[in-house]
Design a protein around this ligand. Structure first.
Ligand code: GDP
Length: 138
C-alpha cells in the first residue's frame, strides 16, 4: 500500500553537509519526495514535536539539539514507506545500526543520529501535519 511518512534530516547531518548525500539515498531507494522544507526549529517547536518523550531523561538535551541549527523536513511516499524508511535509517543508536543504513554511515551518537522517521501510521499523519499543510503535498 502506498504510504507517506515524515522524515527529518537532523541538524547534525545538515551541519556536516551530508544532507545531499542523504537525499540522494532517498531517491536511489525509490521514495517520492512529496514535500520538503529547510527549517530552524524554535525550542518550543522541538518540544512540541517530541512531546511524547517529555518524561525521558534526554528530553532537554534532545530538544536543545533539534533546535540548534537548520534541519530539513520531508514527506516521503512509497509502498510501506514508514517501515521502509525506518529500515533505511537503522537503529536509533548508530553503534547498533546495521551496515548500509543511514545512521551507521552518518550518525555521530544516539542523540545526534542524522535522521528522524515516523514510527506508525497515526504518528506519521500527526507529524506530517505538524510541518505541512495539505496543499503543500504535491
Ligand atoms: P527513533 O524513533 O529511532 O528516532 O528513536 P526514539 O523515538 O526512541 O527517540 C527519539 C530521538 O531521541 C532519537 O532519534 C534520538 O535523537 C534521541 N534519543 C533516543 N534515545 C536517546 C538516549 O538514550 N539518549 C539521548 N541523549 N538521546 C536519545
Amino acid at each position: 500500500m502506498t504510504e507517506r511518512t515524515l522524515a527529518i534530516i537532523k541538524p547534525d547531518a545538515v551541519g556536516r553537509h551530508v544532507a545531499g548525500a542523504i537525499m540522494q539515498r532517498i531517491e536511489d531507494e525509490g521514495f517520492q519526495i512529496r514535500a520538503m522544507r529547510r527549517i530552524h526549529l524554535a525550542r518550543r517547536e522541538a518540544e512540541g514535536f517530541y512531546a511524547v518523550h517529555r518524561e525521558r531523561p534526554f528530553f532537554h538535551s534532545l530538544t536543545e539539539f533539534m533546535s540548534s541549527g537548520p534541519a530539513i523536513v520531508l514527506v516521503l511516499e512509497a509502498p510501506d514507506a514508514i517501515r521502509k524508511w525506518r529500515t533505511l535509517m537503522g537503529a536509533t543508536d548508530p553503534a547498533k545500526a546495521d551496515a548500509g543504513t543511514l545512521r551507521k554511515q552518518f550518525a555521530e551518537s544516539i542523540e545526534r543520529n542524522a535522521t528522524h522517521g515516523s514510527d506508525a501510521a497515526d504518528t506519521a499523519a500527526y507529524e506530517i501535519g505538524y510541518f505541512f499543510a495539505g496543499v503543500e503535498l504535491i
